[in-house]
Design a binder for this molecule. Sequence first.
Ligand code: GDP
Length: 198
Amino acid sequence: DAEIILIGRSNVGKSTLMRELTGHTFSTGKKPGVTRKPNHYDWNAESFMFTDLPGFGFMSGVEKDMREAIKTDIVHYIEDNAEKILVGVLVVDGKSVIDIIDRHTNNDEIPHDVEMFYFLEELGIPVVVAVNKMDKVDDKDERLDELCDRLGLYPPWQQWSDDTIAPITAKRGQITSLREVLKHHLHEAKRDDLLKFV
Ligand code: GDP
């Protein structure tokens, strides 16, 4: 069994991206907190799937306890399935990610996105950061360099464009960079049999 997971804060565009990657529409309960279960999409007869994990972090109308519970579920899911997870795609909103990371850092908290990035790395799961909503970002290179800096990756971001950083605009179907990076990792994992799915 092989799996590619998508994780990220709520509203970063995970469902939109999932739809673009798989060509399928998902009827996930759009109410935050309702969708606590992983949302699998698998290809019949093939042991490969994309898994959309619930969004973490702030969601209006969702209590802190519930947000914590969601995050705990995500962490457990990843730990329990680490062996078969080929790639972890961390989806972020390119427009707001730096502000959100810096706000948490200034409050002496570890930002969720940064925490998840390191968590996946510690488990030995290759991490790809899908920087979504690039259509809303003017200073693209500068923004991506800042993101690298926050994640402990040496800028310029182009150094990471083969394997880690994939700027995309999921809403317009512009996800080629992500497909290329996923292909890179499937190749590295000697799973060329799965290239057709990405
Ligand atoms: P999720 O909560 O992470 O699953 O996010 P959704 O896929 O539901 O998207 C949240 C909002 O962001 C929706 O209004 C989408 O239309 C919008 N969105 C998704 N991708 C993009 C994008 O590439 N650019 C812009 N501008 N908006 C996007």
